[in-house]
Design a protein around this ligand. Structure first.
Ligand SMILES: NC(=O)c1ccc[n+]([C@@H]2O[C@H](COP(=O)([O-])OP(=O)(O)OC[C@H]3O[C@@H](n4cnc5c(N)ncnc54)[C@H](OP(=O)(O)O)[C@@H]3O)[C@@H](O)[C@H]2O)c1
Length: 327
């Protein structure tokens, strides 16, 4: 297997892992054009997957991605399911549609949908702060509703590993999960970077929770930080100055200095490489759960992988979606 570094492109990764893509079913959330999810969908299309299902919010942004897949390989089944991850009724409806469209067999689920640093304190339909809602809680519900299909895929394919990848961010170092005040006291304690930091910490803890709950059924999970890139829509509402607010906020929340990573930015072709490695690399299966950055497994702050925090978040998430999940 090639050893990738921070310069890896998503196409190089897809080329390296053709056997892990060929004939398999991928569900990717948040893959409107342009996004990390869209890059992953297009890259794997060169390696003959059976089915790529995109679950995303806006149909018109996914249409060019589906067309690109069909252009690359018309034999791939390419499906769109509309979902609003911040609306639990929508997630439940979409999960049913996804299970029907995939005949309840999913090999790889990549949770890439998300938002970042929403300046105004905003609640979802259920009353949950919108960063936590769209980045984590919606994915918690979706992944658990789809889990039977991942378990079925794992049972029928012992050769390749069945995985759930949660897109996180180095932004997790801005804030631990705020178990005592996750909804920011009705906005009184809210700032947009702490909102993002908490949600991205939740993405990592969720990978630990998923692996604990599902490993015996053949499913493992990784959290992947893709790197930073300004070509996607994630930060299109922010100015360069907005990012300087991160430093004092992270220091206040964690007691540590926030360090902008190296390389500071990745190209659009590089930004989806690490999440795709997390989804496919057969050599890391036994290391799950883990966090990846710059194409390899890396360490995280204690608060992002503490098993007690992972279980506490699992229980809180069950409360927020009104359903318990045991495997
Ligand atoms: N780009 C970066 O520099 C960077 C850095 C670190 C981490 N990340 C992480 O990578 C992931 C993907 O980011 P990106 O750069 O691809 O962002 P993006 O370009 O903004 O794409 C996000 C996608 O998620 C969808 N989405 C947002 N809210 C949704 C909701 N409530 N329900 C369903 N779909 C929803 C969007 O749908 P619409 O098409 O309707 O907008 C879009 O397709 C995020 O988790 C982010 O935190 C990105």
């Amino acid at each position: 297997m090639p050893i990738f570094d921070e310069t890896a492109t998503v196409d190089q990764v897809a080329q390296a892992f053709v056997p892990q893509i060929k004939g398999r079913t991928f569900v990717i959330t948040g893959a409107g054009q342009p996004s990390i999810g869209s890059q992953i969908a297009k890259a794997i299309s060169h390696a003959s997957p059976e089915h790529i299902l995109i679950a995303s919010r806006t149909a018109s942004k996914v249409e060019p991605v589906l067309s690109a897949i069909k252009e690359i390989d018309p034999s791939i089944k390419a499906t769109f399911v509309q979902i609003d991850l911040s609306d639990h009724d929508s997630v439940r409806r979409a999960a049913k549609e996804i299970l029907a469209a995939t005949s309840s067999k999913i090999d790889i689920l990549i949770n890439s949908a998300g938002n970042m640093a929403i300046k105004e304190y905003t609640l979802d339909k259920q009353g949950i702060e919108i960063s936590l809602s769209a980045n984590h809680v919606g994915h918690f519900l979706l992944a658990n509703l789809l889990a039977p299909a991942l378990i079925a895929a794992a049972a029928s394919n012992k050769e390749h590993s069945t995985r759930i990848v949660n897109l996180t961010s180095k932004g997790y170092t801005i804030s631990p999960f705020r178990f005592d005040d996750y909804n920011f006291s009705d906005g009184k304690t809210y700032d947009c970077w702490t909102g993002y930091g908490q949600a991205k910490t939740a993405n990592i803890l969720f990978s630990y929770g998923l692996t604990k709950h599902l490993r015996e059924r053949g499913v493992v999970s990784f959290a992947a930080h893709p790197g930073s890139n300004l070509d996607t829509k994630l930060g299109s509402h922010l100015s360069v100055e907005d990012y300087s607010d991160i430093l004092p906020i992270a220091k206040r929340n964690t007691g540590r200095d926030f360090v902008f990573e190296e390389p500071r930015f990745k190209s659009f072709e590089q930004i989806a490489a690490t999440p795709l490695i997390a989804a496919l690399d057969p050599e890391i299966t036994a290391e799950a759960p883990a966090y990846l950055e710059n194409s390899r497994i890396d360490e995280t702050y204690e608060y992002a992988h503490d098993p007690k925090n992972a279980e506490k978040l699992w229980k809180l998430s069950e409360k927020l979606v009104g359903e318990e999940f045991n495997y």
